[in-house]
Design a protein around this ligand. Structure first.
Ligand SMILES: O=C(O)CCC(=O)C(=O)O
Ligand SMILES: [Fe+2]
Length: 303
């Protein structure tokens, strides 16, 4: 069963009362499942459509043009991840898709040879990014309330947040192009974010429910799909569940937009004292959103 939640309009306009109402609406589902659709989010449908138009245009460019935006250490792994670039974390091959990442860089990782991306191909996607940031902030505040924290608990960790907008393209021929030997286009994983907000133009996303059953996530016009990720699960010592997900082998070209709501560089995420104790010892190790994140990116993208 896919949970569906009605939101009180665009998150930029939410009051404390609205955030409390959202917390009441999602709390149980955050604890049991960690994924849900949101309706009435107030993000203009046009922006989402236009982001797909930009993606379509970009991915049709000649490879040499796309490679000018290659994701490297110099770009802090923002930009283009071509076919065969991202190694799977669960098998010996690569993910069967092309990707593009938009987001801010951090001075902490600036190199003498740094490149900065102006994301010239994606102006509408950038606009969408800002709307999704409001939604991410709003849902996170609701999560905080459900964890018994102040609604602004996470705000102190989001001064120069390294949010990421992922624009993925799964071509029908990509699995054979990369010599895929697995039955899915992206390997099962949980995201390295607080939470992720996703839209897809074709079904393909699957989430693993708490009974370990894989569920196909349908496309629901007007709704966005939200799932909780590593940092919320870790911070809450598992009170809120991160949703494992994967992308099935697609038969038709498919695109997805995933917005990953991420904290500052260098935040240590560890189970909260208020959610641990003799009866609930910490079950997650501390993780640093700076160096540990870079290590994870190098493992899948490093050359
Ligand atoms: O394309 C999708 O639906 C999911 C992609 C994904 O899980 C990711 O990029 O982290
Ligand atoms: Fe993911």
């Amino acid at each position: 069963m896919m949970p569906h939640v009605q939101l009180p309009g665009h998150a930029a306009g939410w009051t404390s009362k609205d955030r409390a109402a959202v917390a009441a609406g999602i709390g149980d589902v955050c604890r049991r499942k960690g994924f849900f659709f949101v309706h009435n989010h107030g993000i203009p449908a046009d922006l989402i459509r236009n982001a797909y138009v930009e993606m379509q245009r970009f991915y049709q460019l000649p490879l040499a043009e796309k490679r000018k935006y290659d994701a490297t250490e110099q770009s802090q792994f923002l930009g283009y991840r071509g076919l065969g670039r991202e190694r799977s974390r669960t098998h010996s091959g690569t993910e069967a898709c092309e990707q593009y990442r938009i987001g801010n860089t951090t001075d902490e990782l600036a190199l003498p040879s740094s490149v900065d991306f102006y994301h010239a191909h994606f102006p509408k996607s950038l606009e969408l990014f800002h709307h999704l940031t409001h939604l991410g902030d709003g849902i996170l505040a609701a999560c905080a309330l459900d964890m018994g924290l102040a609604e602004n608990f996470f705000t102190g960790y989001l001064d120069s947040p390294l949010h990421r907008l992922g624009l993925n393209y799964y071509g029908a021929s990509h699995p054979s192009d990369v010599g895929s030997t697995v039955g899915y286009a992206m390997s099962p994983h949980i995201d390295l974010s607080l939470l992720t907000i996703l839209d897809q133009d074709e079904p393909g996303l699957e989430v693993r429910d708490s009974d370990r059953e894989w569920l196909e996530v349908p496309t629901v016009p007007g709704a966005l799909f939200v799932f909780l990720a590593d940092y919320v699960q870790r911070w809450s010592n598992g009170l809120h569940r991160a949703a494992p997900h994967r992308v099935s082998a697609v038969r038709r070209d498919r695109m997805s937009i995933q917005y990953k709501h991420r904290p500052d560089y260098g935040v240590v995420v560890r189970p909260l004292d208020t959610l641990t104790g003799p009866a609930d010892p910490p079950t997650y190790a501390p993780l640093n959103t700076g160096p540990d994140y870079v290590t994870a990116l190098r493992a899948i993208l490093g050359r």
